[in-house]
Design a protein around this ligand. Structure first.
Ligand code: KPL
Length: 305
């Protein structure tokens, strides 16, 4: 393939896939003046209806990324188990100094991804509690105000000012943090508490505030705190639970990504969420029955769809 000599300009971003968070980021970036293109399995343009937090609707046209212009800025908001494949397919189209931002729920090892990149290609992780869902394939609704955290995963992660400005426009408010792991564990507690239960109950996040779910949510979060603390990332049950309930309130009208996946018959991120907790717990000889139960229930639910 003959690549165009000049890479994407600084204000251009390519977004992989058409997931709710990716389309939310794409819409907000375009509205902030960035040029946004989509990287899809089948290249096609998308006429998107974007509904913001104030219920304003806007029509946006997102074009497919051309394959003859090296991609310099890439947001990869795909599921934990799809990241490696998505990046592998994109490798031939990346600029030698491309900056890639991955964003998913759960925790998976980064090394297989790092092994694929060239020395000058930088990898970042963005963790977000922004909530969005797609009632139809060409519609994305920003359904809950969240925050995002961004961290560098490599020495080649650079161009900080541009990256932080773009990701603030896309999924801010945003904080740049030195170590992503405390953020990942905190977000894991949120996803462990909300995602499987909302998928099993087939409800919006806000319904989990009902007192009948409290014992289960507490048990799930307590187990995450135990495992995180034993793994060297101290986490306090009371403040983690407070964060979980903050997110339940802030995203009350949202359908969690796992509820959406289960309803659509798609693969879920349960392995990287409760599965990760169970796996780490087993290594540390800690029992995590609440997480194990959620893991089994979601697996059973997705097996019959
Ligand atoms: O991360 C989410 C998800 O749905 O995956 C939350 C923050 C729970 C919003 O729904």
């Amino acid at each position: 393939m003959a690549l165009h000599p000049s890479a994407q300009p600084a204000l251009s971003w390519t977004i992989v896939g058409r997931g709710a968070i990716g389309l939310l980021a794409g819409a907000r970036l375009q509205l902030a003046g960035y040029t946004v293109t989509l990287w899809l399995r089948q290249p096609e343009k998308l006429l998107l209806t974007f509904t913001d937090l104030k219920q304003h609707n806007q029509q946006l046209l997102l074009l497919p990324q051309q394959t003859d212009i090296p991609v310099r800025h890439l947001l990869v908001p795909v599921k934990a188990n799809d990241v490696e494949n998505a990046v592998a397919q994109l490798l031939p189209y990346l600029a030698d100094n491309a900056q890639l931002i991955i964003s998913h729920n759960g925790i998976i090892p980064f090394q297989p991804l790092l092994d694929k990149l060239k020395p000058e290609q930088g990898l970042w992780f963005l963790s977000t509690s922004q909530a969005a869902y797609k009632p139809t394939p060409a519609q994305v609704i920003h359904s809950g105000a969240g925050v995002s955290f961004l961290a560098k995963l490599t020495a080649a992660s650079r161009d900080d000012d541009n990256i932080v400005a773009a990701m603030t426009a896309a999924l801010g408010p945003l904080s740049l943090v030195a170590d992503i792991y405390p953020v990942l564990w905190q977000k894991l507690a949120i996803n462990v508490a909300i995602n499987p239960l909302s998928a099993i109950e087939n409800c919006q996040n806000g319904q989990l505030a009902a007192p009948r779910y409290q014992p289960q949510i507490e048990a799930l979060v307590r187990e995450v705190c135990l495992v995180a603390t034993a793994s060297g990332h101290p986490m306090d049950v009371a403040s983690s639970l407070a964060k979980v309930y903050q997110v339940i309130t802030a995203t009350a009208n949202n359908f969690s990504s796992m509820q959406q996946d289960v309803q659509a018959g798609r693969q879920t991120e349960i392995d990287a969420i409760c599965g990760y907790v169970c796996q780490q717990a087993a290594q540390l000889h800690i029992t995590v029955p609440a997480n194990q139960q959620m893991l089994l229930q979601i697996k059973a639910l997705t097996a019959v769809i």
